[in-house]
Design a protein around this ligand. Structure first.
Ligand code: AMP
Length: 183
């Protein structure tokens, strides 16, 4: 299964992605995690992207797209994947479709985690990651609204929306049920 997760920062996508990745037997590919790994290993890419992550800005598309292209070319992603945090805008979505189409593939679904902004801001403040300061959090929510939420129209034909408020287990059950209903 080739799946994209979409939802505001703090919606619990990362946690759900881990669970769904195990249940569905496809790798969890998080662009945020990939960037953070580069930053902690102080690679050239890490140095290039650090300021964007610190400010809650999107990393430029060329950099992000090439990192994703390389990751999707790895053997474990050939038969499916769960993308978490990519695409983040419609330009990235276009690039992704073309990458997949080049191998005769396409996305099966886009899973939307729907949750109120105030709830996610509270959660993120509690999480305490380095980019979890209130002004940066608010900015990331705004970037989500303006840049990322339009993906829900872009992918309208394949979007499946679930309510992302509740227990971790309850939400993963909702997600699996919604995905099973697609078949
Ligand atoms: P996340 O872990 O998904 O919340 O992402 C953390 C940060 O990584 C974001 O605030 C961006 O700075 C950067 N990032 C992650 N994914 C992307 C993407 N697809 N395009 C651009 N920047 C990204």
């Amino acid at each position: 299964m080739r799946l994209v997760l979409v939802g505001p920062p703090g919606a619990g996508k990362g946690t759900q992605a881990e669970i769904l990745s195990n249940k569905l037997g496809v790798p969890h590919i998080s662009t945020g995690d990939l960037f953070r790994a580069h930053i902690s290993q102080q690679t050239d890419l890490g140095k290039e992207v650090q300021e964007y992550l610190d400010a809650g800005e999107l990393v430029p598309d060329e950099v992000t797209n090439e990192m994703v292209r390389a990751r999707l070319a790895q053997g474990d992603a050939v038969n499916g994947f769960l993308l978490d945090g990519f695409p983040r805008n419609t330009a990235q979505a276009g690039v992704l479709s073309r990458m997949l189409a080049a191998d005769g593939h396409a996305l099966d679904a886009v899973l939307e985690f729907r949750i109120d902004e105030d709830v996610v801001v509270e959660r993120l403040l509690a999480r305490g990651r380095t980019d979890d300061k209130e002004d940066v959090i608010r900015h990331r929510q705004q970037v989500y609204r303006t840049e990322t939420a339009p993906l829900l129209d872009y992918y309208a034909d394949i979007v499946v929306t679930i309510d992302a408020v509740g227990d971790v287990e309850e939400i993963s059950e909702r997600a699996l049920r919604a995905l099973r209903a697609l078949k």
